[in-house]
Design a protein around this ligand. Structure first.
Ligand code: ATP
Length: 234
């Protein structure tokens, strides 16, 4: 479904991704793990068209999407839920969700989508009239994911969805990620919580300094000595 082939990109003079190659299949959760500054967020931003590909190719559903404007990439169904949520704090929960549905013109379909995201996150239904900025961190993360789902992703890019959350919210977020995937959406998941990410993913990539240094079945990576020492703390 998504393939990055030898992608290089960076900021100004600085090259961050150095010939990075990864892929995500139609029914997969694929995780990217790596230390701070390895280039995980940069990878997602490049896929979303927010950073220019300097060389290499990004192919989505058999079409090259290199350097298409971000709005075209969203229209094709690649939806990124950014690190730090970036919800609209002064809009209500409902308005935040409606913003996610900006490509959808059919109000009935929007209602159905709202029913679906409220079934995943019932707390958002209870808080639908509350300003987004008044929600807890965990609830804001739910809102950010729900807003992404309102855009009907064909591929969902999740950047650090568990960052800074209390354990009960981490459990819930991972449960929902798995459910979204089982219902048919492939997911590329960037996570510091390598243990949890690898336990729900089918495959994973370890990146260091903008390069893939290890890849494989998530179950194998969980047993890998380097991964255990560097990312699983054992
Ligand atoms: P983290 O988990 O800390 O977010 P990451 O793996 O997602 O790490 P990136 O955010 O992709 O890493 O950053 C990769 C490198 O690019 C880092 O060295 C970072 O300092 C640099 N970088 C990120 N954003 C910019 C920017 N806007 N301008 C210049 N350099 C940047």
């Amino acid at each position: 479904m998504l393939k990055l082939e030898n992608v290089c990109c960076g900021y100004g003079q600085r090259e961050v991704l150095k010939s990075l190659s990864i892929k995500v299949g139609v029914s997969e959760i694929v995780t990217i793990i790596g230390a701070n500054g390895a280039g995980k967020t940069t990878t997602l931003m490049t896929i979303s068209g927010l950073l220019k590909v300097r060389s290499g190719k990004i192919i989505f559903s058999s079409r090259e999407i290199n350097n298409r404007p971000p709005q075209r990439i969203v229209e094709q169904g690649i939806i990124q839920v950014p690190e730090g949520r970036h919800i609209f704090p002064y809009l209500t929960v409902l308005e935040n969700l409606q913003m996610g549905a900006f490509l959808q013109k059919d109000t009935k379909a929007i209602e159905q989508d709202l029913t679906y995201v409220f079934s995943l996150f019932p707390i958002l239904s209870e808080r639908r009239k509350q300003a987004g900025g008044t929600l807890s961190g965990g609830e804001q993360q739910m809102l950010a994911i729900a807003r992404g789902l309102m855009a009907h992703p064909k591929l969902l890019l999740l950047d650090e969805p568990s960052l800074g959350l209390a354990p009960k919210f981490v459990d819930l977020i991972f449960e929902v990620i798995l459910k979204i995937n089982h219902e048919g959406t492939p997911i590329l998941l960037v996570e510091q919580n390598a243990q949890r990410a690898l336990s729900i993913a089918s495959r994973g990539y370890v990146i260091e300094l903008g390069k893939v240094v290890l890849e494989g079945a998530a179950s194998d990576l969980l047993q890998n000595q380097l991964v255990k020492q560097a990312y699983l703390g054992n």
